[in-house]
Design a binder for this molecule. Sequence first.
Ligand code: MD3
Ligand code: FE
Length: 206
Amino acid sequence: AVVAPGAVHVPGWLPAARQRELVEACRDWARGPVPIRHTRLPGGGVMSVRTVCVGWHWQPYRYTRNADDVNGERVAAFPQWLADLGREAVAEAYGGHEAYAPDTALVNFYDGAARMGMHQDKDERSGAPVVSLSIGDSCVFRFGNTEDRGRPYTDVELASGDLFVFGGASRFAYHGVPKVYPGTADPALGLTGRLNITLRETGLGD
Ligand code: MD3
Ligand code: FE
């Protein structure tokens, strides 16, 4: 479904086996070299989601190779299979074969109380699309406008296996996650809570 120009939602895109593989990969990344953590904001706040990064380390509001705000280690390398998955995702959403070369992934883990406030993603030096993959519990995803955090916005329920691609005019829209529905994931996934994996091009080069 096209939610807005450049914003395409593909429910149930990831097969169950692929979802389980991604859960395992996220478990590995969460262990290290930089362990999953609640990101501290410069204003003193702490995010309720826990995040681990792959390829580049995101800290508000820049990307680094080493997690100098956590343990100083270099983040895990961005695997080729994840770049391939990103290309498949963009091709599925937009049709045809677009050039897409994501070099970083942010993995967000939500427990039942975690939320993400309305924000824009503008730390990347690239207008390339962001690919979002949801796994585990369902949530309310709020997709807003490019002007401010308020209305108009559209609430969309995201469930396990859903793909969302944000490119073009939607790339710099405000968005957030006001609610997670605990216990809605298939128990066979072996995951309590919600995982969201976003793939991005940082535009930072090697
Ligand atoms: C629209 N993550 O990591 S995914 C984030 O579910 C983030 O964890 C949320 O917002 C999550 O920055 C929402 C959907 C999403 C991700 C990136 C976007 C929507 C976006 C970038 C631009 C526009
Ligand atoms: Fe975001």
